[in-house]
Write a protein that binds this ligand. Structure first.
Ligand code: BG6
Length: 480
């Protein structure tokens, strides 16, 4: 039995596009997330192909007679259910709750002069509801939710004009909620800009032969927007805390061959540190610039941009952690992972989607990040998807999920005892919601079952699982 230190906030995390639904109500515009289809003939172990967005898939998504279903347009009706849902979080005794604001509710196309009051009204109510229950809101300013119009008209984040639009949008939120929200995450998983270019940067996978190079340019604009938001934020409230957010893709060397170790170090520079270095040290490390050059992207960074990045770094290290992978000298045995395929580790078990379960990796990672940056950590996402059937709408005995969460929380506490500063943990996700990667409902992460299938059919009834009562007890007693 471990006791989680009381300084670590415990809570849960979702995103607007996977939960809210009502995608075109009250003036809301179409977001790029809502254009991701559900493909019933999807091969579960090859979702990276499905994730790619092509010209053809865009055409299909815009066709009102498309044969595909687009689940993120409907989410799990959180837009209408939010009071009932927040009540469940309050009864679970969550300290905090992380969600995103749908950019397209506030600026439907992204380039409007004035924000959409009706859209803001929803978040006024949502945030007030959280505060009423003493739940600290953690707000992601955008979780893969760019207005499609900005892709169509300006080409997504490769166009620097987006910095201006995004900062204006963020400023609207920072000013409006300055007395209500303290913790802000300007972007979800910024490394998605390189690994999942549609979601992370609004780029089409087939738009350029050097899509990786182009994504580096787009990411640079995202970094600039992040720094500009922090700069604005500081003038609005000295109480604000801004977090980075990277999908941490931890890799281990398969053996002690120095060449494998070197390859693993390089892999980690590319997958993790290149991002955090810019966000927390305020400058591009030379290894990243060299690497980008090798992708054919010779980044031109102005003196003014260098100052902006240097003077406006994030306050805490936010990240998601789900799984780990292995690096070997020949990458033959691969399995699925978050955003990318990774090498298989014979010591680890995996879920049905091939994600390898590695609680100790979280402790290793936390120590590494804290050693390198000496800033507090916030685990913004951690959880596991399972297929769960519930025809009689009963409480599901999800001991497997309890085991996953328990083992990860234990490692967080151990890292804390190692000396790592950690301010929070928000597990993914309190409710079953639409999967980001596959847009299916069958990949269930929830502590609470939601009666809905892959095509959005069902009563949408919420039924707490055994893990809900377990996590409630953890929040109350802080014992795992
Ligand atoms: C993270 C995303 O990468 O992983 C979430 O921020 C996502 O949006 C989560 O839901 C789990 O991924 P998936 O593809 O299983 O839903």
């Amino acid at each position: 039995m471990k006791k989680i230190d009381k300084t670590i906030m415990l809570g849960t995390s979702i995103s607007a596009n996977q939960a809210e639904g009502y995608w075109n109500i009250n003036g809301k515009g179409l977001s790029i997330a809502e254009m991701r289809r559900y493909n019933p003939s999807l091969n579960q172990k090859d979702i990276n192909t499905e994730r790619k967005m092509t010209e053809e898939k865009i055409k299909e998504a815009l066709d009102p007679n498309s044969k595909f279903y687009y689940p993120k347009k409907n989410g799990i009706d959180f837009f209408k259910h939010y009071k009932e849902d927040i009540k469940l979080l309050a009864e679970m005794n969550n300290d905090c709750f992380r969600t995103s604001i749908a950019w397209t509710r506030i600026f439907p196309n992204g380039d409007e002069v004035e924000p959409n009051e009706e859209g803001l009204k929803f978040y006024d109510d949502l945030i007030d509801e959280l505060l009423k229950h003493n739940i600290e809101p953690i707000i992601t300013i955008s979780h893969y939710e760019m207005p499609y119009y900005l892709v169509e008209k300006f080409g997504g984040w490769k166009n620097k004009v987006l910095v201006e639009f995004y900062v204006k949008y963020a400023k609207t939120l920072l000013e409006r909620y300055k007395n209500k929200v303290k913790y802000w995450i300007p972007f979800n998983e910024m490394n998605a800009a390189n690994y999942s270019v549609w979601a992370g940067a609004g780029l089409r996978d087939d738009e350029h032969e050097n899509i990786l190079g182009l994504s580096v340019q787009a990411l640079h604009n995202i970094f600039l927007a992040n720094a500009a938001i922090i700069k604005e934020g500081k003038t609005i409230s000295s109480n604000f805390k801004f977090g980075s957010m990277i999908a941490t893709l931890l890799s281990y060397p398969e053996d002690a061959n120095p060449l494998t170790i070197l390859k693993t170090d390089k892999d980690q520079q590319m997958k993790i540190y290149a991002y955090f270095d810019v966000l927390h040290r305020g400058e591009y490390p030379q290894y990243a610039l060299n690497l980008y050059k090798s992708f054919g992207m010779d980044l031109k960074i102005t003196a003014e941009e260098k100052t902006l990045l240097k003077e406006n770094t994030c306050d805490f290290i936010g990240f998601s952690y789900y799984m780990s992978g292995v690096i070997s000298l020949n990458d033959e045995i691969l399995t699925e992972g978050n955003l990318v395929k990774v090498g298989k580790n014979k010591h680890l078990k995996e879920n049905e989607w091939g994600w390898q379960i590695d609680p100790v990796g979280l402790r290793i990672l936390m120590n590494r990040l804290y050693d390198r940056y000496q800033k507090p950590l916030f685990i913004l996402e951690n959880g596991i998807g399972f297929k769960e059937k519930n025809p009689n709408l009963e409480m599901i005995n999800d001991d497997y999920r309890i085991e996953y969460l328990k083992s990860h929380l234990e490692q967080i506490q151990k890292a804390f005892e190692d000396g790592v500063e950690c301010i929070g943990y928000t597990m993914w996700s309190p409710f079953d919601i639409v999967s980001h990667g596959t847009s299916e409902m069958s990949k269930r992460y929830g502590l609470i079952y939601v009666d809905q299938d892959d095509f959005g059919q069902g009563t949408k009834k919420r039924i707490p699982k055994k893990s809900y009562y377990w996590f409630k007890k953890v929040c109350e007693t802080r014992e795992v």
